[in-house]
Design a protein around this ligand. Structure first.
Ligand code: NAI
Length: 244
């Protein structure tokens, strides 16, 4: 399996969870030190993992990572399109279009390109079941949030891009689903001011943020055979955030 953004947070938790279930794990990320440390950790516990330095905004690097992953592991059957960045909160009239494009490039175009190369290799697997893609979206792709611009635009697009691929590839044996986490305790939230953390926690009926491992378990479910008839869905893993 491949997890983009596998060096940290939710992606790292996915790498650990899939390895626990016996998968060979390819971590694609721009953080080389952290990615290699994750590989050492997984391998020291008897798992199989490799790190591939890959910037999700560079199509040539994604193509290269996909081809090297398949050479290393023989095939690709699961992709978790997880790499993403936070945005600088702003009023629309003050928005810097370079910031906007940067977030769209990683959080949307990066997901699209990783899916493109995953499908290319999954289609080489014998049918009828060829592969499964889980893209990490967000509650902010489902509901609005103050001072948000590019991030919700990208995440909503990821959700509906994923549905569209589910429709196209359903007959061809590749399932596509997205997951929309609520707030998760990861380095992505490091710039969130303390007072904002309390107000955001209060928006989750369960009264807390998720741990990355809780999201990874839901990704594992969607990616694997337990979800064999689930495609085109967007699973809210959000402690009730979008239920109210
Ligand atoms: P994180 O910052 O811990 O991990 C993100 C990983 O993506 C990092 O390892 C980073 O190096 C990698 N990455 C960033 N840009 C990249 C690029 N251009 N190419 C390759 N790798 C790149 O963040 P976290 O929280 O684990 O985020 C993972 C996903 O979950 C993101 O898509 C994020 O939008 C989404 N998410 C996170 C939530 C949260 O509250 N932490 C809530 C909802 C969704």
């Amino acid at each position: 399996m491949v997890v983009t953004g596998g060096a940290s947070g939710i992606g790292l938790a996915c790498a650990r969870a899939f390895s626990r279930e016996g998968a060979s794990v390819a971590l694609w990320d721009i953080q080389e030190e952290a990615g290699k440390a994750a590989v050492r950790e997984i391998c020291s516990q008897g798992g199989t993992a490799e790190f591939f330095l890959c910037d999700m905004t560079e199509e040539a690097q994604i193509g290269e990572a996909a081809s090297r992953t398949c050479r290393a592991f023989g095939r690709m059957d699961v992709l978790v399109g997880n790499a993403g960045i936070a945005e600088r909160k702003t009023m629309l009239e003050d928005m810097d279009m370079n910031d906007f494009r940067r977030v769209i490039n990683v959080n949307l175009t990066g997901v699209v390109m990783s899916n493109k190369y995953a499908v290319k290799y999954m289609m080489q697997n014998p049918g009828p079941v060829r592969g499964s893609v889980v893209n990490v979206a967000s509650i902010l792709g489902m509901v609005g949030a103050p001072m948000s611009t590019a991030y919700p635009a990208a995440k909503a697009a990821v959700i509906n891009f994923t549905r569209a691929q589910a429709v196209t590839y359903g007959p061809l044996g590749i399932r596509f689903n997205s997951i929309s986490p609520g707030y998760v305790n990861t380095p992505l939230l490091k710039n969130l001011p303390e007072e904002l953390i309390h107000s955001r926690v209060a928006l989750h009926p369960m009264g807390r943020f998720a741990e990355p491992a809780e999201i990874a378990e839901a990704v594992l479910f969607l990616a694997g055979p337990s979800a064999s008839f689930i495609t085109g869905s967007n699973l809210a893993a959000d402690g009730g955030y979008t239920a109210q």
